[in-house]
Design a protein around this ligand. Structure first.
Ligand SMILES: Cc1cc2nc3c(=O)[nH]c(=O)nc-3n(C[C@H](O)[C@H](O)[C@H](O)COP(=O)(O)OP(=O)(O)OC[C@H]3O[C@@H](n4cnc5c(N)ncnc54)[C@H](O)[C@@H]3O)c2cc1C
Length: 401
């Protein structure tokens, strides 16, 4: 990218995501892995990685966008399913493709890259049972119908298709039926962790590798497992860019920003900060990061502390929940700075939250409302109205998953 395109104008910072590219979800780009390194330390309970890939000319993104990654299952997982079904993998099936007669592929290919054999859905259990016709085994029957919904939910939790096929064998006689039982394997989205202005021709991700034990077996998420285990430097990954206009830096680069990004929620904020730094944006930057332990889980520590030392990152708060007897989370750090938070909001700050949708985002919103209520000396309803206005002004944006 030339110096001219890096000119720090408000317009360039807020420009829409790049020129059209020939690559898309249906025509993904085969990106070479440039870097794949562990961010978490050996003592961590988590495995979080930093992955860098090269992008084709013309593939442009802006901070806030995501990258879609098309996963494949590891050979061992596919072998297990084939064994449970009694197929050797070379059997032919027709992959249905809308508007065409379909593609002939092997059942191994179907189980590797077309069908979701991970996380078991209740719908798959029902479809599987339908195939058994009159001969539904009693154990499977006990998982069917509205009256057995709780039992079925209990059964599918932590299980994968291989468990169903092993527990109730001999039901799938024709491999083509797998397309009626299993859902399509879908791409996974990852918030982009880099600024393209800072890293021309590259895209970076921050990925938590989903690893867990369930029902006596070690299991892994299909896409994060692929990135963590099999995406070696030099390997190719099928990817596409995904625009997210609901998560954008302020148009005016002088506007202060507050970013709450615990865990992998940090990814888009690394992109935001890199972008503002490379473009010389003058607006104040406040980052709140959190995870379990500082020693092992402080993602991009050197980079953020360097930004703080240089004065570019105006305020950096961290919350490490397991480093002391009482758990401290990002929302607690924010609460400690409640008055300052309100002052920043009054200066027009944009407020961003990324990461865990289940609890963190709600807790952070609660602190935000409390800080506003205190600041305006108003009621909870008045604080809610203030936040509503912020949302309408696109000054409160969330990217939670
Ligand atoms: C817009 C967006 C941005 C995202 N950004 C990021 C990002 O920057 N970084 C990132 O790491 N992720 C991000 N994600 C999440 C990511 O897309 C994937 O969902 C995640 O990597 C898991 O996918 P997977 O294929 O590895 O796991 P899957 O194969 O989909 O398996 C996940 C499933 O495993 C099961 N499971 C997991 N743990 C357990 C357990 N302990 N017990 C029982 N079952 C369990 C659950 O059913 C869970 O749904 C983002 C998601 C969205 C929508």
């Amino acid at each position: 990218m030339s110096e001219t395109t890096l000119a720090p104008t408000a317009e360039t910072v807020a420009a829409g995501a790049g020129e059209a590219s020939i690559y898309s979800k249906s025509n993904p780009y085969s990106a070479t892995v440039l870097v794949n390194e562990l961010l978490t330390g050996p003592q961590s309970e988590k495995e979080t990685i930093h992955v860098e890939m090269e992008l084709a000319e013309g593939m442009t993104y802006i901070p806030g966008d995501a990258l879609g990654v098309i996963p494949t299952y590891r050979k061992e997982a596919v072998d297990e399913v084939l064994k449970a079904l009694g197929f050797d993998g070379s059997e032919k099936v027709i992959e249905p493709v809308k508007g065409t007669p379909g593609n002939e592929i092997t059942v191994r290919e179907a189980l590797t890259s077309k069908l979701g054999i991970g996380k078991l859905a209740r719908g798959a259990v029902n479809q599987y049972a339908k195939l058994a016709g009159e001969n539904v085994p009693a154990g499977l029957q006990a998982l069917l119908g509205a009256e057995n919904k709780a039992a079925a939910e209990d059964y599918v939790w932590g299980r994968e298709f291989v468990d169903l096929a092993t527990d109730f064998p001999g039901i799938v006689k024709d491999p083509q039926d797998l397309f009626g039982i299993l859902q399509r394997l879908m791409p996974r989205m990852y918030s982009i962790a880099s600024s393209q202005a800072a890293h021309p021709g590259q895209v970076h991700l921050t990925v938590r590798v989903v690893l867990y034990d369930a029902h006596g077996k070690k299991r892994q998420g299909v896409c994060s497992g692929m990135l963590g285990e099999r995406a070696k430097v030099g390997d190719k990954l099928q990817v596409f860019l995904d625009e997210n206009d609901n998560f954008r830096l302020p148009e005016d680069s002088n506007t202060p920003i507050i970013m709450i990004g615990p865990g992998t929620g940090i990814a888009p904020f690394r992109a935001f900060l890199e972008e503002r730094q490379v473009r010389g944006a003058k607006g104040d930057n406040w980052l709140v990061f959190g995870d379990q332990r500082a020693a092992s889980d402080y993602l991009y520590k050197d980079q953020f502390e360097g930004m703080q030392k240089s004065g570019f990152l105006t305020k950096l708060q961290t919350a490490f929940s397991r480093d002391q007897a009482n758990k401290i989370y990002v929302q607690d750090r924010l609460r400690e700075a409640s008055d300052e938070l309100f002052q920043w909001l009054e200066r027009g700050a944009h407020f961003y939250v990324c990461g865990d949708a289940s609890r963190m985002a709600k807790d952070v919103e609660q602190v935000l409302l409390e800080s506003i209520a205190k600041g305006i000396k108003g009621t909870p309803e008045e604080a809610a109205a203030y936040l509503k206005t912020m949302k309408a002004q696109k000054r409160y944006q969330r990217d939670v998953y």
